[in-house]
Unconditional design. Structure first.
Length: 199
């Protein structure tokens, strides 16, 4: 079992001062407000909130207090097990759930919109990683269903990349990681392991 403890580091003054004095670590566990001690992912948004994904729900930390978003609340995510978070250039917070697709956070209503098998063309396949491009479309790496290029605005799959005999097809449908670089290339890590790019 992997336990991750969140730390905040406060370095006061200039770098020389910081080197002379050890940093101060603040530790946060369930006793301090986390829904559990196992954390899957963390991101910050443009308002300065820290978002924390756990197997027992989503949390938002404002520097003083934790707010827990639970499934049993009408405005909460569709599933408590949140695997990954993504906050990109479009200033949207996306959640990858364990088995219920995607959730998009709506700041104005402090609620979530779901994209899953029941209301979208996304199948009930496990999504491993996510990236949002300049057109607000999502690139979804799946555990065993290749790479999906999905438009949440139109609610349709733009492209679905699976292994192909063609020279430029992906070589495996088992993906583990996506990363976009400054040249608008998306790097894909597959289980085999190999690395590929999508231009």
């Amino acid at each position: 079992m992997r336990i991750l403890i969140l730390f905040s580091i406060w370095l006061i003054g200039n770098p020389l001062f910081a080197m002379e004095n050890p940093p101060i670590f603040d530790s946060y566990r369930a006793e301090q407000g986390l829904s559990m001690n196992i954390v899957n992912d963390i991101v910050t948004d443009d308002r300065g909130f820290l978002w924390i994904a756990t197997q027992a729900g989503l949390l938002r930390y404002d520097g003083k207090n934790f707010k827990v978003y639970k499934v049993d609340q009408n405005k909460g995510p569709t599933e408590k097990h949140i695997k990954k978070l993504f906050f990109g250039k479009k200033k949207q917070l996306w959640l990858l759930t364990k088995s219920d697709g995607l959730n998009l956070y709506k700041p104005k209503s402090d609620s979530f919109t779901s994209f899953n098998e029941s209301n979208s063309p996304l199948s009930n396949t496990e999504i491993i990683d996510i990236y949002q491009d300049d057109d607000s479309n999502l690139w979804l790496a799946t555990q065993n269903n290749g790479l999906i290029h999905y438009s949440p605005n139109e609610n349709k799959i733009m492209n679905h990349f699976l292994p192909s005999s063609k020279d430029k097809g992906i070589i495996s449908n088992k993906l583990t990681l996506l990363l976009a670089d400054q040249l608008d290339r998306i790097w894909i890590v597959i289980v085999d392991p190999e690395i590929e790019t999508v231009s």
